[in-house]
Design a binder for this molecule. Structure first.
Ligand code: KG4
Ligand code: ZN
Length: 334
């Protein structure tokens, strides 16, 4: 039926999250415990610290998700969990918590790919038509994913080096902004002028791949050269120029892929989908007749478990479950 209730768990990086989702789109609860404060002073996620925090909080977060939904384990139809990709020690905490709960309560276990989760977050908003195209931009990923039909994922483009969010975080560090830097660069960019020449990596003709390391280095060189010459650069202008370069290649490749595969639906997903400039540029690119554009609300763009519940629904319908030997897979393919 379409009213199954799944408890979903997500621990692939630095968010300990649990949610109860009914029928793939009705979010009964969505609890996210961020560890950002613990990682901030190191300027990035420290895997060992992430695993320990997950271990300390996972049981509590699961209980909270059930409480908020007004349910107990006996009301559930299954337990969904992020199998990968992600940090191995972090994934293992969620996978083992899910296995233990599923085993103890005699519930099926549903393994979910983290990127499928980011994409299916858009189903929490509205139903879509196929073929669909998703641009997934986060701290760890920059993928263009084609869905010819429901639950069928084909990666047609990916980053060859840094992920978009990673580039944002590194540029933020260069500009002296705190971690995670994406939102700060976004904010700063809105007050600056995009008039500093920076490269855009279009790569080979027809390629839907991305590359951001050259751009990141160019920003670094621009800032250092100005420092050496004793000039003062406007950090707002640097942020605006960097952001314009990232957005242009992301939006243009998405537009071309949407055209080539004649998709009916475009989805913007992942933490960087919170970016104001990117959202506006995507809305502009797809405002004419053509594919519908769905951008999940902010709380479903950054890592959360409701998106894992949404993706698990498709597996539930297909009867795809895991055995008790399920493991966390850091490099899991989509
Ligand atoms: O999806 P997410 O929460 O975690 C991963 O799976 O990676 O994405 C986090 C990333 C970080 O790199 C963060 O800087 C970036 O998303 N981010 C942004 C914005 N908000 C978050 N990047 C640019 N502009 C934003 N407004
Ligand atoms: Zn993510």
């Amino acid at each position: 039926t379409d009213s199954e209730r799944l408890l979903a768990i997500e621990t692939s990086c630095d968010e300990t999250a649990a949610a109860v989702v009914q029928g793939g789109s009705n979010v009964l609860s969505n609890v996210v415990a961020s560890q950002i404060d613990s990682h901030k002073r190191f300027g990035g996620v420290v895997p060992e610290i992430a695993s320990r925090h997950h271990t300390e909080t996972i049981t509590m977060i699961m209980e909270e998700a059930l409480n908020e939904a007004g349910l107990t384990f006996s009301d559930l139809d299954g337990i969904a969990v992020t199998e990968g990709p992600g940090l191995v020690g972090a994934l293992l905490v969620g996978v083992n918590a899910a296995k233990a709960a599923a085993f103890a309560h005699g519930l099926p276990l549903l393994p979910v790919h983290h990127i499928a989760g980011h994409i299916q977050a858009a189903r929490l908003e509205r139903k879509w038509q196929y073929p669909a195209l998703a641009l997934v931009v986060s701290g760890g990923h920059t993928d263009l994913v084609l869905l010819r039909e429901e639950g069928d994922y084909e990666v047609i483009g990916r980053t060859r080096d840094d992920a978009a969010g990673e580039a944002y975080d590194k540029v933020a560090r260069t500009l002296g902004l705190p971690y995670p830097g994406g939102p700060h660069v976004d904010q700063l960019a809105s007050t600056g002028r995009a008039d500093i020449p920076l490269p855009i990596a279009w790569l080979e003709e027809g390629s839907f791949d991305f590359s951001f390391s050259g751009l990141k280095s160019a920003v670094l060189n621009t800032v250092h050269n100005a420092e050496q010459r004793g000039e003062t650069l406007s950090t707002a202008d640097v942020a605006a120029s960097f952001q314009a370069s990232v957005i242009e290649v992301l939006v243009e490749k998405t537009r071309r892929a949407a055209e080539e595969y004649e998709v009916k639906q475009v989805v913007l997903a992942g933490g960087v989908a919170a970016n104001q400039g990117l959202r506006a540029a995507m809305e502009d690119a797809f405002k004419e007749a053509g594919p519908a554009l769905t951008i999940p609300p902010f709380r479903y763009c950054t890592d959360n478990a409701a998106m894992i519940g949404a993706a698990a629904h498709i597996q539930w319908k297909k009867g795809i479950t895991a055995c008790w030997d399920l493991n966390g897979v850091p490099g899991l393919a989509l």
